[in-house]
Design a protein around this ligand. Sequence first.
Ligand SMILES: NC(=O)c1ccc[n+]([C@@H]2O[C@H](COP(=O)([O-])OP(=O)(O)OC[C@H]3O[C@@H](n4cnc5c(N)ncnc54)[C@H](OP(=O)(O)O)[C@@H]3O)[C@@H](O)[C@H]2O)c1
Length: 162
Amino acid sequence: MGLLRKLFDYSAIFYSVTGLLRTGNPLSAISLVQLDVTSGASIHSAVLHIAENHGCLDVLISNAGITSTAEPLLNQLHQTFDTNTFGPAVLIAAMTPLLQKSQGSRIIFVSSELGSIERRTDRNYMFDAIDALAYYMSKAALNMLAICFAKSSEKPCKDLVL
Ligand SMILES: NC(=O)c1ccc[n+]([C@@H]2O[C@H](COP(=O)([O-])OP(=O)(O)OC[C@H]3O[C@@H](n4cnc5c(N)ncnc54)[C@H](OP(=O)(O)O)[C@@H]3O)[C@@H](O)[C@H]2O)c1
């Protein structure tokens, strides 16, 4: 229970297969680090932590996402894009050297149906009434980030799923 509570207190959990193989202890293969994707300093600390403790990164799950209701709209857009779009873009760029050190690394972008331009133009779409302009925009931009990243990576991704 103590471990579970600790896990929920952290925004990023790193699981090291090499740590598990080295020690045989599953708990020693898990390390926790607080991560704020809107902070360059926080991202830099996370990169250093992984480099020092694990040496590479096999899987990056970009899950952070918010819906902001801040006023005025400009603040709402800034807050939402900082977390949902700019944060993942900067995080992935910073983690790329560690991902490249892994054999067969993966990045998982947690997007949303609400980022689909096709669905947004469908009046019969079941979530058509949701009023969340900044969120729609930020997830559509995240989808573009995923596609651009997949195309530009050393081994272009053939099976991108959104
Ligand atoms: N729920 C849905 O129906 C749904 C549908 C489609 C897509 N999604 C997407 O799924 C993802 C998770 O959503 P959820 O429903 O599980 O919402 P949630 O419970 O509110 O989870 C959001 C997560 O993002 C983290 N986060 C927020 N701001 C952050 C930041 N600046 N830096 C690092 N982490 C940050 C939160 O960490 P803290 O708790 O530590 O703040 C939390 O772990 C989001 O990207 C969301 O857009 C959700």
